[in-house]
Write a protein of this length. Structure first.
Length: 317
């Protein structure tokens, strides 16, 4: 009987996963269109991630500084005026970025304060960012789901991998080993216990990978706009609780939220990772600009110093 019960449970889990994948697949066309729109806006507004370093393409001239080798001087350009100039090339080192969007049940939540679920927003951001990064010559992968690639059809490739994934979707990313100097972006509501979050972040940062944590939240999860008798149901099967006067819980709830978020931020800072809060009632474009800028600056800094910079922050975008 025990074996039969275990088999029934596993079959039920598989059916539930397949059902969720089908629901997500029905929303994917809208998410792809939104991701392309956001990516196009970001690409149009970027001035590029160009910087000096090893490469073949000319980037810019700069003034010669004392102590540099005379062989670095471009004498033809220097002959035009009274300054000595050095010819710099554009840095062309390819970069690997891992993108992980939480697809656990809690991410399917949306209140009447926004039209987007947390899951849909996390997927739009990851798809749009992948498009921007690949156009910039980077490689993008999904942990345990898609190997890093610079495929020009990256949005479709990622969407297909996600839709056809019927495995369980935990609230934290899988334990994988990103290569040194690669970068990791994690998008989730991060309501998991701090101890679990600390363990995962520590494992991902162990090899020297830089990371960016984005806590995606519904506005109702921050403002707690409830009053009267309200039943709160835990979306991942941990039961429910009923408040007789929900408004009397607001101050305690917001204090617990602030404490949890401060702990998340502290863990990120210990490993030199950035921390950002994103509400789903705000557009994704500002968030993409912020993440893209941190990736561009951070990757170059880490490669130059071989040490992760302490760049954690609690920025809301």
């Amino acid at each position: 009987m025990a074996e039969a019960s275990r088999s029934d449970t596993e079959s039920g889990a598989v059916r539930a996963a397949v059902g969720k994948s089908r629901k997500l697949a029905a929303r994917v066309p809208r998410l792809i269109l939104e991701a392309r729109r956001v990516a196009a806006t970001v690409i149009h507004g970027l001035h590029g991630r160009r910087r000096s370093g090893p490469g073949e393409n000319f980037w810019q001239y700069r003034h010669f500084t004392s102590g540099e080798s005379a062989s670095a001087i471009d004498w033809r350009r220097s002959a035009r005026d009274d300054h000595l100039y050095v010819r710099e090339r554009e840095w062309e080192a390819s970069h690997t970025i891992w993108l992980w969007a939480d697809r656990s049940p809690s991410m399917d939540f949306s209140s009447n304060l926004t039209e987007w679920t947390k899951l849909d927003r996390a997927l739009v951001v990851s798809l749009a960012l992948a498009e921007v990064l690949v156009q910039g010559g980077e490689r993008v992968g999904i942990p345990d789901l898609m190997r890093p690639t610079a495929n020009r059809n990256i949005i479709e490739k990622m969407a297909q991998a996600i839709v056809h994934d019927t495995t369980a979707h935990p609230s934290l990313p899988p334990n994988f080993a990103p290569a040194p100097f690669s970068e990791v972006l994690l998008l989730s509501d991060f309501w998991s216990p701090i101890a679990d979050f600390r363990r995962i972040i520590g494992q991902l940062a162990a090899n020297g990978a830089r990371g960016h944590v984005v806590q995606v939240v519904d506005p109702a999860e921050e403002s707690f706009p409830y009053s009267g008798r309200v039943e709160f149901i835990e979306s991942e099967g941990l039961g429910s609780v009923t408040a007789g006067r929900a408004e009397t819980w607001r101050d305690d709830y917001q204090a617990l939220l602030a404490k949890h978020r401060a702990a998340l931020r502290e863990e990120c800072e210990q490993f030199g990772w950035t921390f950002t809060v994103h509400r789903t009632d705000r557009g994704p474009t500002e968030l993409l600009f912020a993440i893209h800028g941190r990736m561009g600056a951070g990757a170059h800094a880490v490669i130059k110093s071989h040490q992760p910079a302490r760049t954690g922050s609690d920025v809301r975008v």
